[in-house]
Ligand binder design. Structure first.
Ligand code: FMN
Length: 365
C-alpha cells in the first residue's frame, strides 16, 4: 500500500516530491569569520536532497541576530554565494530547500556583539544559559529595541529574504518561535512594552506582520512559511499560560490573509514541557488545523507510523523530522523500504566537523 508520506504535495508555490520534510537543524559547522556556508555544508545538504523539502538550519539575518557560534548568515554577498553552492547541489539532486530566517534577540551573548548586550522587546534577562566556544555563559539583560531599531530589524528581514532568493532558495521560513525574537515579542515574559509593540495581541504580533509585509515586497508570499511552537514551556525564557493559545491563535488567524506557503507547527518535544500547566494544549495540530487556512507541516517527536497516522487523519499536509534526518541522510528511502534507522549521536549535534555530520551510512553503503 502506498504510504501517504511518500506522495507528492503542494505547499503554496512549493512542489514537494514527498511529504517527508527535513526540519531546521542548527549544526554549528560554519567555521569561518564571515559566517559563509562551507563545503561540508554543501555536501551535508546534498546528501539529504531526498526530502520533499529541506528547511535550512537557522540562518542569521544580520550580525545583531546572532546568538550562537558557528551559525551561517544571509546578509552579505559572500554568504549569498556560499548558499548558492548549497542550493545548486540540492537542486542538482532533485531536492527543494527553503532558508530559515533567524534573529535570536535576547537569547544571545555580548561576546557575539563586540561586548554590547543583545537586543529584545524589553530589558528583561531571560536567565538562561547559552553556548559559546568557551563554555555556557549566562544571558544578560538585553537592550530594549527603540522604534527606529525595530524598523531596522524589519529591513534586515527584507534584505535576508531578497538574499535568499538571490542565493537560489525555493523560499524562506520565518523562525517565529522557540523563544527567539518574534516569540519574545509574543510573550508577556519578555515583552512589557507600552508602545504599539506591547500589550494587546495585535501589538505583540505587530513586528511579525511588519516583517511578513516587508518580505512580501521582495518575494512571492506563497514561497514563505513560518514556524510556531506554542507549547514551548519554561524553556529559553518563555512559558505557557492562559493567554498563550489565544495569542498564537490570533497570529495564525491573522496570517491567513497572506496566502503563505505553510504553517510549520511543532508539538511539545522536550521532556516535561507541559505537565499540568494551565492553558496547555495536548495536541497542538488538532487545535490549529481548523484555524489555519494554509498547508500545515507537523513536527515534534513523530516517527514514521505516527506521521503517517496524522497525515491520514487529515491533521497535516507534510511532516518534518529533526533528529531522524541528522542520522539518516536517506530517510525517505528507509521509510519506503521500512528499513531500520541509524541512531543519532548527540555529542556531535553541535560540533565535530565532518564527524556525526557527513558520515552516517546510507542503506546502499
Ligand atoms: C541539533 C538540533 C538543532 C536544531 N536547530 C533548530 C533550528 O535551527 N531552528 C529551529 O526552528 N529548530 C531547530 N531545532 C528543532 C528541530 O527543528 C525540531 O523541531 C526538533 O528536533 C523536534 O523534531 P524531532 O522530534 O523530529 O527531532 C533543532 C533541534 C536539534 C535537535
Amino acid at each position: 500500500m502506498t504510504q501517504t508520506l511518500l506522495t507528492p504535495v503542494r505547499l503554496g508555490a512549493l512542489e514537494l516530491k514527498n511529504r517527508v520534510v527535513m526540519a531546521p537543524l542548527t549544526r554549528c559547522r560554519c567555521d569561518n569569520p564571515g559566517f559563509v556556508p562551507n563545503d561540508i555544508m554543501v555536501r551535508y545538504y546534498a546528501q539529504r536532497a531526498g526530502a520533499g523539502l529541506i528547511i535550512s538550519e537557522g540562518t542569521i539575518v544580520s550580525p545583531q541576530g546572532r546568538g550562537y557560534p558557528l551559525t551561517p548568515g544571509i546578509w552579505s554577498e559572500a554568504q549569498v554565494a556560499g548558499w548558492r553552492q548549497v542550493t545548486d547541489a540540492v537542486h542538482a539532486a532533485d531536492g527543494r530547500i527553503v532558508c530559515q530566517l533567524w534573529h535570536c534577540g535576547r537569547l544571545s551573548l555580548p561576546e557575539f556583539h563586540e561586548g554590547r548586550p543583545p537586543v529584545a522587546p524589553s530589558a528583561i534577562n531571560p536567565n538562561w544559559k547559552m553556548f559559546s566556544l568557551t563554555g555556557q555563559p549566562d544571558t544578560v539583560t538585553p537592550h530594549a529595541l527603540s522604534r527606529d531599531e525595530i524598523r531596522e530589524v524589519v529591513a534586515d528581514f527584507r534584505r535576508a529574504a531578497a538574499n535568499a532568493m538571490a542565493a537560489g532558495f525555493d523560499g524562506v521560513e520565518i523562525h517565529s518561535s522557540n523563544g527567539y525574537l518574534f516569540h519574545q515579542f509574543f510573550s508577556p515574559l519578555a515583552n512589557r512594552r507600552e508602545d504599539e509593540y506591547g500589550g494587546s495581541h495585535e501589538n505583540r504580533a505587530r513586528l511579525f506582520f511588519e516583517v511578513l509585509d516587508a518580505v512580501g515586497e521582495v518575494m512571492p508570499l506563497d514561497r514563505v512559511g513560518f514556524r510556531l511552537n506554542p507549547m514551548m514551556n519554561r524553556f529559553h525564557g518563555v512559558a505557557v499560560d492562559e493567554d498563550t493559545v489565544p495569542m498564537w491563535s490570533y497570529v495564525v488567524e491573522h496570517a491567513n490573509a497572506y496566502g503563505l506557503a505553510y504553517l510549520h507547527l511543532t508539538e511539545p518535544f522536550l521532556p516535561n514541557q507541559l505537565d499540568d500547566t494551565p492553558g496547555g494544549l495536548a495536541d497542538v495540530g488538532a487545535h490549529f488545523r481548523p484555524l489555519a487556512k494554509m498547508p500545515l507541516i507537523a513536527n515534534g517527536g513523530l516517527d514514521q507510523a505516527r506521521a503517517e497516522a496524522r497525515l491520514n487523519a487529515g491533521l497535516c499536509d507534510a511532516v518534518a523530522f529533526g533528529t531522524a534526518w541528522i542520522a539518516n541522510p536517506d530517510l525517505v528511502e528507509r521509510f519506503r523500504q521500512g528499513a531500520p534507522l541509524n541512531t543519532p549521536d548527540r555529542d556531535t549535534f553541535y560540533q565535530g566537523g565532518e564527524k556525526g555530520y557527513l558520515d552516517y551510512p546510507t542503506l546502499a553503503a
